[in-house]
Design a protein around this ligand. Sequence first.
Ligand code: AMP
Length: 431
Amino acid sequence: MTFDEFPFNEAIKDGLRAMNFEQPTPVQEHTIPVILAHKDVISCAQTGTGKTAAFLLPLLHNLLTDNHAENKINAIIMAPTRELAQQIDQQMEGFSYFVPISSVAVYGGNDSKAWDVQKNGLTKGADVVIATPGRLLSHINLHKIDFSGVKYLILDEADRMLDMGFFDDIMRIVKHLPADRQTVMFSATMPPKIRELAKTILISPEEIKIAISRPPDSIMQAAYICYESQKLPIIKELFSTKEPNKVIIFAGKKQKVRELALILKRNGLKAEAMHSDLEQHERDHVMHEFRNGHINILVATDIVARGIDIDDITLIINYEVPRDVEDYVHRIGRTARAEAEGMAITLVSQEEQFRFKHIEDFLEKTIYKIPVSPEIGETPAYDPKPPRGKSTNPRFKNRSRNNNNKGAYPRLKNKQHNNNNKQHSRQKHAD
Ligand code: AMP
């Protein structure tokens, strides 16, 4: 189907054309009609599936066609991280270019000027508030904010918000909102705690489940089975033959992220660290430099695993096997976005083999194991066993074979990129 088949207001159709959106993605096709019908929805969708537009477009349409209260907050969109809130705000800018709807983004980590802009937007009644829960609560605690006009509440990446401990904050915010509202929830996974939240704040929701959270086939997945000490040499070798371009290396701990970025920089690579200890302006700067290609390698914690909207990432490297399958899917979902192709490589140490096998089981496929080059040395065999029964028998070791794949990762199709995040000027309440 095409977007023309939705009964969207003309101004929204103009926005869609400006953004080069022609065909809705599956999550958009299924979710948009339900939101347009003002029903509560719980939609199970991963990042990269087009979920942002799936809620922004019908929200804007509903705001335009229903009587919406001028100078009051009409809609609240909550997101777990600043990065995701920023990204929603950017898509909002694109879509609302032709639409007289104001919005304000409310997230932490910025300066006092930004705080004042947020306060203005909240107290003077921006139509749409895009917020992280903690920051919104800080404003609620300090200022008198009128929520009586709120008719729409959208929770994006609800599972992530609960993982980050935002359940109580969400409930505190919800208490301020009128009961007569439409509530829409997006979540990549549906664990029991999400169902509990849904039961508490949604009324007879329609459940939309697009697909099990599995990475798209357009992501080529591979792994190196190695010793922990071989991980760095493998990465260095990978980048020695071909200059990396838009690569994200994920590591679990901030300390590791800092170390890795430093080592790569010392090796002459354009790498930067991205983690939650950075100030907001530093994060913005790093992301900006990464987007425009001044930085080739972003070494990051999971803070950027979800929701970050850079659609020309060519390679994701998991320096460690992620803790759970969901993290794996979200991390590698940073590549191959919007129908592009990408590659994801996981470095699997002996201790991590069992965890990696779990991921393979979940994906119901065997991930290709790239042979480690002989210069790096012998590697352990892939013999995943539960942690207690790990085999240390040297028989299981194998000699690595010649590596014909050396430096082969970026052999990917050239892609056309849409610049969907053009800086449009927009009516912004708080500016
Ligand atoms: P999201 O899952 O919302 O983060 O979207 C992932 C990327 O796909 C973003 O860059 C969107 O701008 C883009 N996108 C979403 N829906 C469409 C669509 N129907 N046509 C083209 N690009 C889209």
